[in-house]
Every structure is written in structure tokens, then in C-alpha cells.
Design a protein around this ligand. Structure first.
Ligand SMILES: Nc1nc2c(c(=O)[nH]1)N[C@H]1C(S)=C(S)[C@@H](COP(=O)(O)O)O[C@H]1N2
Ligand SMILES: [Mo]
Length: 495
């Protein structure tokens, strides 16, 4: 009887344990930043079908989704304590590692013929599995399939995890990428929408946790030492050795988790730089080429578009608002041939107004659909004629976070830097209208950015200056935006 597991499979198994557990903990961190699940794309407050928070939001004043964030323990989430930026870096690094491991696994499974063990190829496995279940329920162990190391239930559950659950998590994960959603809106509809994909991704998490729990119990029942001997040495050996080695391996995995957590909490900038570089490399190849093709129908517009960030709390801003921003001006300068200062009126007359009905994706996980009207970025770029050295566009806002958002983990003027190449995208928009009316104050009046393949934080609101630059390392803390500087988000955020 061929019971042995080839060495590649044993290595794959333990590497997989590492990545899946990293994915689970970092995924919980991502969930913590908006611990509510919805079915509908508008993520309307109160319509969540599940919530993992006790925080209640005020009804009498403006709150934003940053106020809804939860702080979980580092034991549960990677790294815990409201560190979405770090959680995402670990999640995406692990996704890359996990998918790479999975691809190698699939290939080797079929090349070596091991697939026989994992792919059910006869219907008779179902009645056998039913009998096995009855055996388990009478607290007995069922027989193994002839010539195979598993019983029927085991075989079916491994097949389900390998060929259904893992692809399901990848597909529902991809359905949450704003770039994928912007380019393939129908694909997201296939899952029932952006929030349904997020909810399903959560079910996938539960399924993985459930599988791991049952798997561990079963290994315990069948004999921890015996089965670990097979998965570590590839053959039956003294179970005491296997138990010792299994503990060493588990300890090593725990050590990686502890190191990842401690690094994220103590050296977030280093983690951001190193992991961000890896993830950005992959993201730029896979997602950067995608261009938004969204055009939702008017009926799909969210009655209530969620908000992030609090408006400038100054008399100057309030007076401008009271005057419908007739005394506001936009400065456009930096590395351009023709710098200009534009009033709102002039900006409106500069080019033809473009309208787009699109899904907004906050990095925290909520979404809403809105219609935005304004001047395409490329019209402005063509007008001011950037010099050849210009590679980025920096959007400076009137919002001082220390003053306007005191609970924010940072101070200073909110700004964001985008790659100049993104400014040419057909749906890169300097919006002055929302849903057919002048931009509301909370959504960034008088001017905000729309960048439909990126997550929401890049779309600076309350803009007053647009600067073309060759380098952003001297702006703020040099990471390419206020959020990048202060909460360690990645600068390239197609997911
Ligand atoms: N100036 C400024 N712009 C900002 C923010 C902010 O805090 N300050 N938040 C960003 C984030 S995180 C998101 S999700 C979107 C939210 O846009 P909305 O409030 O119009 O939905 O604005 C972005 N623009
Ligand atoms: Mo956001």
C-alpha cells in the first residue's frame, strides 16, 4: 500500500500552513478596519448583516468610516491595534506566496500522479463517505480507501479545499480589487456585487478555519505522531520523533507570526518599504494596465454615499463655502510649461464636463455608487503641458488633519501623489459635481479627485493645489501621500 507522501508534497503542506495562517490573521486585520458585512454595494449604515464591533456611531454629527474602525488583539489579527496598512502588506505578500505555492502544487499533483488521491473520480465515493460519517458518529474510525492514505470523507474534503475553496477565495478576493471592478464590472456582478464578494470571502475564511479545526481534531484522533511521521518523514516512524518534530515545525511557524507581528508594530516603515516593493511589483504587472470601463445606471446610484475624512474646519473655508466657492482658486504649477490659477468658474469652462457613474471603493472595505462630474485630468494636463521631467502629480488639500481629524494617527496637510500616467486614464476626473449637484462639503467641495482603478484614499478631497513633480521624497514624509506617510498604506493601490 502506497501510504507515503513525496517530499515536495510534505514541504508544500507546511509552507501552505504558514501562508494560510498568515492570510487568516492579516485578513482579520483587514476586516477590523470596517468590521461590518453587507450584501449591497452601497454599504448603507444599518444594512450590515453581520458586525464585529460594539462601537455605535453618533446620529447628531458627521462621522466617517475612520471612526468605525476596531482595534483587535495581535493574537487574533496581524498585527492588531488598527494597522490596516500593515495587515494589507502581510495579506498581499502572503497571497503572492500562497498562490505561487498553490501553482507549484497543482502542477506537481498532476505531473506525479498524486492527483488520484485528491480528485474523486468515482461516484461511489459519496455512499462510502456517508458510511464513514456514520462510523465517525458512532465514535469509530472508518476504513481507508483501498490503496489510498485517506478515507472517503477525507478525500472529499481535501478535494473541496484544494479545488473549490482555494480558487473561491482567490476569485472573491480579486472581485474586491477596484481595478478589476473598474475594468470588469460584470465579473463583480457575477458574485452579486462588491459587498457580496466581500461577504463571500468572509465565508471562505470561516470555511478555512472550520477545515483547519476539524483537520487538527482528526489528526489527533487518528494518531498525531503517526500521521505527522507521514507528513514530516514521508513514512511510518517512531511516533515520539514525529511528535517532537511536529512541535518544532509548529514553533517555527508561530515564530514567523510573532516576528511578522512585532516587525509590523515596531518597524512599520521598514515593512512598508520591503513588502510594499514586492507587492507593488506584482500589482503593477497584473493590475496597473487595467482601465476603468464603468458606467452604472442611474437607478444603481446609492441614496447615501459613505464618507471618509472631515472637511476643513476654518472660517476661511466656511466663508468660501457660503459664497459657493466664488473666492476659491486652484493653483496648478510645478514642472509645467504653463502654470495657472483657476477659479471654479474658469475650471468649469475649461473643457467639456465629463460625468461618470462609478463604484467607490474605500480601502477599509465599504463601497458606494455615485455620479461624479468634472474636468478630465488629461484635459488639464494637456493645458498646462508638463515638462519631460514631470512624473507625478501631487494634490494638496485644504484639510489639516491635526486640526480637522484629531483622532487621526498623524498631523499636517492631507495630500496625495499619483503617477502622471494615471492622470491620462479616461475616468481620472477633477470632480466639482456629485449626483448632478455641486459637490457637497463632506465629499470634497469645491474640488476632489476621482481615480476609478484605485482605492478611495488616493482621491484627495478639498483640493487647492495641483503640483507636477519629478520626485515626491521631499513631500511630507516622502512616501507619496498622507496615508502612505502616516498609516503605511501602499502608494499603488489597485487592490
Ligand atoms: N482631503 C482628504 N481627502 C480624502 C480623505 C481625507 O481624509 N482627506 N479620505 C479619502 C478616503 S480614505 C476615501 S475612502 C475617500 C472618500 O470619499 P467620499 O467621502 O466622497 O466617499 O476620500 C478620500 N479623500
Ligand atoms: Mo478610504
Amino acid at each position: 500500500m502506497q501510504l507515503d507522501f513525496p517530499v515536495w508534497l510534505r514541504i508544500e503542506h507546511w509552507v501552505n500552513v504558514l501562508f494560510v495562517t498568515l492570510l487568516i490573521r492579516s485578513g482579520i486585520e483587514v476586516l477590523a478596519t470596517h468590521p461590518k458585512l453587507y450584501w449591497r454595494n452601497d454599504s448603507r449604515p444599518g444594512t450590515e448583516w453581520a458586525r464585529f464591533t460594539r462601537l455605535d456611531m453618533p446620529t447628531d454629527k458627521l462621522y466617517d468610516t475612520l471612526d468605525e474602525e476596531e482595534s483587535y488583539s495581535p493574537v487574533l489579527s496581524l498585527p492588531g491595534h488598527k494597522n490596516l496598512g500593515m495587515g494589507r502588506h502581510w495579506h498581499f505578500l502572503s497571497v503572492i506566496g500562497w498562490i505561487a505555492t498553490g501553482l507549484v502544487y497543482y502542477v506537481l499533483l498532476f505531473v506525479t500522479g498524486q492527483w488520484h488521491r485528491y480528485v474523486p473520480y468515482s461516484w461511489s465515493i459519496f455512499p462510502t463517505a456517508w458510511n464513514d460519517l456514520l462510523t465517525y458518529l458512532s465514535f469509530d474510525l472508518p476504513p481507508l480507501l483501498p490503496g489510498q492514505p485517506f478515507d472517503a470523507i477525507q478525500k472529499l474534503s481535501y478535494a473541496a479545499v484544494i479545488f473549490l475553496l482555494a480558487p473561491f477565495q482567490i476569485l472573491t478576493g480579486a472581485a474586491q480589487s477596484p481595478a478589476v471592478e473598474a475594468r470588469f464590472p460584470r465579473y463583480v456582478r457575477l458574485w452579486g456585487g462588491r459587498q457580496a464578494a466581500r461577504s463571500l470571502h468572509f465565508f471562505g475564511l470561516l470555511a478555512f478555519v472550520g477545515f483547519i479545526a476539524v483537520h487538527l481534531i482528526m489528526v489527533g484522533l487518528w494518531g498525531w505522531g503517526q500521521l505527522n511521521a507521514l507528513m514530516i518523514f514521508g513514512r511510518v516512524r517512531d511516533p515520539r520523533w514525529a511528535i517532537a518534530w511536529s512541535l518544532v515545525i509548529v514553533a517555527a511557524i508561530v515564530l514567523v507570526h510573532v516576528a511578522a507581528t512585532v516587525m509590523a508594530l515596531k518597524r512599520p516603515r521598514a515593512v512598508q518599504r520591503v513588502l510594499g516593493a514586492v507587492v507593488t511589483g506584482v500589482r503593477k504587472v497584473l493590475l496597473r494596465p487595467l482601465v476603468s470601463k464603468q458606467d452604472y445606471s442611474a437607478a444603481k446610484l446609492s441614496d447615501e454615499h459613505r464618507v471618509n475624512g472631515k472637511p476643513p474646519d476654518t472660517d476661511h473655508y466656511k466663508i468660501m463655502a457660503a459664497h459657493d466657492f466664488t473666492d476659491w482658486t486652484l493653483e496648478v504649477g510645478g514642472l509645467v510649461r504653463s502654470p495657472m490659477t483657476l477659479s471654479l468658474e474658469q475650471l468649469r469652462e475649461l473643457g467639456e464636463q465629463q460625468n461618470q457613474r462609478v463604484l467607490h471603493n474605500c480601502i477599509q472595505g465599504w463601497s458606494s455608487i455615485g455620479e461624479w462630474g468634472g474636468l478630465p485630468m488629461r484635459d488639464l494636463v494637456e493645458l498646462v503641458e508638463p515638462l519631460p521631467q514631470a512624473r507625478y502629480v501631487c494634490l494638496l488639500t485644504m484639510q489639516d488633519t491635526g486640526r480637522d481629524e484629531p483622532s487621526a494617527p498623524g498631523t499636517g496637510r492631507f495630500y496625495e501623489v499619483i503617477d502622471l500616467s494615471l492622470a491620462w486614464h479616461p475616468e481620472a476626473l477633477l470632480a466639482y459635481e456629485m449626483n448632478g449637484a455641486p459637490l457637497p462639503l463632506k465629499h470634497g467641495a469645491p474640488l476632489r479627485l476621482r481615480l476609478e482603478t484605485q482605492v478611495g484614499f488616493k482621491m484627495a478631497k478639498w483640493i487647492e493645489r495641483v503640483e507636477f513633480v519629478s520626485d515626491y521624497s521631499a513631500i511630507g514624509k516622502g512616501m507619496g501621500g498622507w496615508r502612505e506617510d502616516n498609516v503605511y498604506f501602499d502608494k499603488n493601490v489597485e487592490i
